[in-house]
Design a protein. Structure first.
Length: 367
């Protein structure tokens, strides 16, 4: 596909050290960084672009945990977009940082994130299915490989990816406890995950299985992540605890909701679905969900749609405007104090909401 007058989009994130990171290129057909009218550029030093997009934070220097980067914009400040990678229970980005951007794509609740250009939607996070780049492997699965090769050997029943992380202010601890109980009650469940049974590619716990336990570490509308999309890419039927409005994005038949705070009810749902062969009955809906993950809700399909909607070819640029990293913004003690107060407020509401959710057999959010 040739592009006439493409919209040049500089796309960066904190962990980015290369100008052509494979973990992003693998999400494009032919590994060509373009989608719709947008041409994506991953070089942190690029100085010719029409839009500036940041996922999570600006790039950190090699070997540094914190980013101190400052971007002097060469595009219009109206053409800036930030994407939140973590939920409100994990990260508070802070209004002084977010207000540098014209638009913010996020699944954060309204009480957790307020912004004049908030785009309240699924956060368009990248897939982990097929990604072996973190171990330096060269046989990484890309868009074309995933789209063309459907998992066929469904010889195993049910698996899950659940690390040993057990933070209590998020749902990590609750997820681990639920999976541990489920392993005892459901011997056919195979568990994988960091600090438990580590695997080089998440596809290993999906491709051979019909069913998958997918549990988010945060529950609110729109906040579905790779935990759900990876399940679909692996052509599994997920038992899903997460975004209450996931059915707004995917066919209702493509997943089965469970509530980890109702163990008995969830166990019955899982056993009944396996016994009645729900996987075979719902396979068409799973295929539809898989296609949407690839072509509609991927990072760059989502970002390009936003940019094409809000792009103004007459918008004027300004070399006097800068965007600072999260750490750089907090070097001002007054701003650091403000962000700390916001974090305390959000953490209190998060814990309140978590308590309500765990006490509610339907698992819905308070706010």
């Amino acid at each position: 596909m040739s592009l006439k007058n493409p919209i040049r989009v500089k796309f960066v994130n904190r962990g980015q050290t290369k100008s052509d990171p494979i973990q992003w290129l693998r999400q494009f057909p032919d590994r060509m960084p373009r989608w719709g009218r947008c041409q994506f550029i991953f070089d942190p030093s690029e100085r010719n672009y029409d839009w500036f997009v940041v996922e999570n934070d600006l790039p950190a220097q090699f070997g540094c945990k914190q980013s101190t980067a400052i971007e002097s914009l060469v595009c219009s400040p109206e053409h800036t977009l930030f994407i939140t990678r973590e939920p409100s229970s994990v990260s508070t980005y802070g209004s002084p940082f977010l207000n540098q951007f014209r638009y913010v794509l996020t699944g954060h609740e309204d009480w957790a994130l307020k912004h004049r250009g908030k785009i309240h939607s699924q956060p368009a996070l990248r897939w982990y299915y097929g990604d072996t780049s973190r171990i330096g492997a060269t046989n990484i699965r890309d868009f074309d490989s995933i789209a063309a090769n459907l998992p066929k050997d469904k010889s195993k029943i049910i698996g899950t990816m659940c690390s040993a992380k057990a933070q209590r202010h998020t749902m990590h601890y609750d997820r681990v406890q639920f999976v541990k109980r489920l392993q005892k009650a459901l011997p056919e469940l195979d568990r994988y995950g960091e600090r438990f049974k580590e695997i080089p590619d998440k596809a290993i716990c999906l491709d051979d299985y019909k069913y998958h336990i997918a549990i988010e570490n945060h529950v609110c509308d729109h906040w579905w992540t790779e935990k759900l999309s990876d399940s679909f890419l692996g052509l599994t039927l997920p038992f899903y605890h997460g975004a209450p409005n996931a059915h707004h994005y995917f066919p209702k038949e493509s997943f089965i909701p469970i509530n980890i705070y109702d163990f008995g009810g969830s166990l019955e749902i899982i056993k009944s679905a396996i016994a009645s062969e729900e996987y075979e009955k719902r396979i068409e809906a799973i295929h539809v969900a898989r296609e949407r993950c690839l072509y509609k809700y991927s990072t760059f399909a989502t970002v390009s749609k936003i940019i094409e909607k809000y792009h103004d070819s007459k918008a004027s640029s300004s070399s006097e405007i800068t965007i600072q990293s999260r750490h750089s913004v907090r070097t001002n003690p007054f701003i650091a104090l403000r962000i700390a107060m916001e974090k305390t407020y959000i953490r209190c509401l998060t814990l309140q909401n978590k308590f309500y959710t765990s006490s509610n057999t339907h698992g819905s959010c308070l706010m």
